[in-house]
Design a protein. Structure first.
Length: 154
């Protein structure tokens, strides 16, 4: 009886490790597809693949950031009236990436520009932009100065 239990235990470990490997391979494949679609400037399809990655790993900065960027570029490509229904979702994705890794200059710059462009009603505004600018200064004074020039000229 002990041998049977031992065999079942080893079998279950091997099945679990194989499943984990398959899942990891699937994520890598999905990421490659999403990256390829992004390079081809098919931002809508790329964002749908990145969304799958974010669903499986919601705390992975690269997945969340790539999803936010691809979705943002898709929204930016739409006519103004169609952008309205996507703006809040876009801002939310960038903020999610920022909450995961707020010391990343790229996400800070993107959020600064978004907050300056997007009206307060949709989640933007100068107050939020000023907060991001202060965060950029904490990361790098030189980048903070460049960002402040952008902020003042906007």
């Amino acid at each position: 009886m002990e041998k049977v239990k031992l065999i079942i235990l080893f079998f279950s470990f091997s099945v679990f490790s194989q499943t984990e490997t398959f899942i990891m391979n699937d994520l890598i494949s999905i990421e490659k597809i999403a990256d390829s679609l992004f390079k081809k400037k098919n931002f809508l399809k790329a964002s749908s693949f990145y969304e799958k990655l974010v669903t499986s790993n919601p705390d992975d900065f690269n997945y969340v950031y790539n999803y936010a960027v691809s979705y943002g570029l898709y929204v930016e490509s739409l006519p103004r009236l169609q952008q309205v229904k996507h703006v809040r979702q876009m801002v939310k994705q960038f903020e999610t990436a920022f909450n995961i890794k707020n010391d990343n200059l790229e996400i800070n710059r993107a959020l600064l520009e978004i907050y300056l462009k997007v009206p307060k009603f949709f989640g933007g505004g100068n107050k939020k932009a000023r907060t991001i600018l202060e965060n950029i200064y904490k990361i790098s004074v030189e980048e903070g100065k460049k960002s402040e020039m952008f902020y003042n000229n906007f």
